[in-house]
Structures are given as C-alpha cells and as structure tokens.
Design a binder for this molecule. Structure first.
Ligand code: H2U
Ligand code: ZN
Length: 359
C-alpha cells in the first residue's frame, strides 16, 4: 500500500509523517528519534521576547565597531570590510607546554594548545549575513579561507573550527555581525566522529559518504531547501534541531582552500539565500550556531573528507518557542517532533527577499 506520503516517506505501508520512528545519522553514527505526531501538543513552556534588529550603523558602545576600544583596551582599526583579531578572552592559549596525567584511565587530563580569533564580517553594526551584499559575503568567505590556511599551517594545529553564534539565544555576546575561529592541537570530538564515519564509508564502499548522500538527496528532492551550481542546502534526513540544515559542496572538496573563485561566490550566494529564509520564517533575526567542517590540518591525507557546513537553529514554532535538549535527549538520545521533510518544505517555500528589505 502506498500512502499519501509518497514513496520516500512510506516504509512498507507506514507513513513516516505520523508514525514515531528512528532515523540513522551516518555522520555521527547514532540514531535520532522522530515523533511527528507530537507537534499538535499544547505548549505551556518558555516564551521569550526577541530582540529587535539594531537600528544604528555604528554603535559607540560596541567593542566590534570600527575605531572602538575593546574590553581589554586595544583599539579596532577603522576597518571598511572585514576585521580579524585575536580573541581577548581566548578559550585556549598558544604558548603552553604539553603535559598530561592519567590515573588508571579514569582521571585523565592533557594540556591543550589553541589559537582563538574573532572575525568581524562587516563594519556595519546593523547588518547580518542575510542582509549583506553577495560580494560582501564573498569577502567573508575569502577571509575564512585565509584564516583556515594560515592557522592550519601552524605546525601543531590539527583542526580549525570556524563558527558563528548568532543571537543572544545562542550565546552571541553582541549583535554586530561576527564569528569565531578556534584552532587547536587536537581534533575535537564531533569532527573526529564525522571523519571516522567518512573514512569507514570510503573504506567499505569505495565512495565518499557525503557525495553519495548528496546524490540520493538530489534524486529525492524533498529535503532540499535551495541550491546553486556549487552547493546544496538541505535539511538532513537525520536532523535533530527543528530547522537544522547542512550546506554540501557538489564537488568533492575537503576545505575552503580547495574552492575555486566561482565556488567561493556560490558559497556566499547559498549562505545568504539560506539565512534570508531563516529570518523570513518567523520574521525575526533567526538565532543559530553554524560552522564549517573541513579536513583536519594534521598533515595526513584525507580523501574521505567532504567539506560542509551545519546550521543548528533552536527555534521551533515561532520567534518565541525554543527547542531545548532536555530530559530524554540528555539522558538517552536526540529527538525531534517535526519531520525533516516538513521543515525543508517550509524553508523552501519562503521568499529569498529579506523581510526587512521589502518583499
Ligand atoms: P560570541 O559573540 O560568539 O561570544 O563571540 C564574541 C567573542 O569576542 C567572545 O569569544 C570576544 C569574546 O571573548 N571578545 C573579545 O575578544 N574582546 C572584547 O572586547 C569583547 C569580546
Ligand atoms: Zn558594532
């Protein structure tokens, strides 16, 4: 029997849009519980007010605006495009001697070296990626590329994590458009898991995991949000966060440095088009944490590694209803209520003109 869900949402006659089921995340090699029947339940939880977008191009109080003094006394230059500086409160330090302890494999610690930087995307305090021009976002892509290369070339740096926390909900300290880079001496947990999954898939199948996954998604089409000649934005089959998305390069590239000029422009294009949709979803500055996964800079060859970005937005049903990872998720495993297909359809159908820039 084929239900109205169509072939891909139908598992031997069971409609995956209404039946609780588990989906496999092949990158982290874990299951996610999908409970689509729960979206109708009443909501008595937390309701927050969202902060309005800043209305001023320059804020004399902002520690990221051009020419201003930062918290530790250093002054920003009068930058006109992008600006990168060493984080004044870095999570890791570059000049620490290695040391470790291990008591019976139970009390274990190692000193971790790292370099932390902040990247200002624009001198304009009131802009965000979705409201910047395509060539301005491309400039940010170029800066991220230079930073990945420069930090990755530091002999002891094995991994460079580029990310953006957007919105107070995600812990961003300031609305000025900015992101962070943490480069460190060991590959962190999540990239280690993804890389191991990609390596095992390549060894077992002779193919790249994400090239194959992208091929299936393009064939299906149901979870694709938007695409261009270089990249595809989609809600992964195994998404946990309500409007979680990934951006995958069409070409098998391992990092930003492998992108050709037209692919840098294509990346800027898809970053804008996806985040415009996010903002248009609830007509708010949609909060998220995003970041790129690139091949480790550990001096090894990584034929298995496929460059991609993840977006993890916490909003569920409106600008005020958030998804938290609590209860079952903390104790047992990830769970979601709306299906990846439903989320993708909603994002796909939104305008590509930002709601503040007029429809
Ligand atoms: P977030 O908004 O994602 O927290 O990033 C801002 C970073 O800026 C944060 O890591 C740093 C904080 O340490 N910062 C400075 O380096 N100098 C300052 O004057 C304030 C904040
Ligand atoms: Zn500012």
């Amino acid at each position: 029997m084929l239900t109205a869900a169509g072939p891909k949402q139908n598992m031997n006659g069971i409609d995956l849009r209404t039946t609780p089921h588990r989906r496999w995340n092949p990158l982290l090699r874990e299951w996610v519980l999908v409970s689509p029947h729960r979206t109708q339940r009443p909501w008595l939880g937390k309701v927050d007010k969202t902060a309005p977008a800043p209305a001023i191009e320059y804020d004399p109080e902002c520690y990221l605006c051009p020419g201003n003094v930062r918290a530790e006394g250093l002054r920003n230059p009068a930058y006109t495009e992008t600006f990168v500086f060493d984080n004044d409160y870095p999570a890791m330090l570059p000049n620490v001697d290695s040391n470790e302890m291990d008591e019976a494999g139970l009390i274990v610690a190692r000193v971790e070296r790292g370099i932390c930087r902040v990247v200002c995307f624009s001198p304009r305090h009131d802009l965000t990626i979705p409201r910047m021009q395509q060539d301005e976002v491309r400039r940010v892509v170029e800066v991220w590329t230079q930073q990945y290369k420069e930090l990755g070339e530091v002999p002891w740096v094995k991994h460079v994590q580029i990310f953006e926390n957007r919105g107070a909900l995600m812990g961003a300290s300031n609305p000025h458009p900015h992101g962070q880079i943490w480069a460190n001496g060991e590959v962190p947990n999540i990239p280690v898991r993804e890389q191991a999954a990609m390596r095992a898939f390549l060894a077992g199948n002779g193919k790249c995991l994400l090239c194959e996954y992208l091929r299936l998604e393009i064939k299906d089409g149901e979870r694709i949000v938007c695409e261009n000649e270089g990249f595809v934005a989609l809600v992964p089959y195994w998404a946990v966060w309500p409007f979680e998305t990934m951006i995958l390069s069409r070409r098998h590239t391992a990092s930003l440095v492998e992108l050709e000029g037209k692919e840098q422009s294509a990346l800027a294009d898809i970053l804008r088009r996806l985040t415009i949709r996010f903002d248009n979803l609830f007509e708010t500055a949609f909060p998220y944490s995003m970041g790129f996964h690139q091949e480790p800079t550990d001096g090894e060859n990584h034929p298995e590694f496929h460059f991609h970005a993840h977006y993890f937005p916490p909003l569920l049903r409106s600008a005020t209803v958030q998804k938290f990872m609590v209860g079952y998720e903390l104790l047992a495993g990830p769970q979601r209520d709306i299906t990846a297909e439903g989320a993708a359809a909603r994002l796909r159908n939104l305008s590509e003109t930002h709601y503040l820039d007029g429809h």
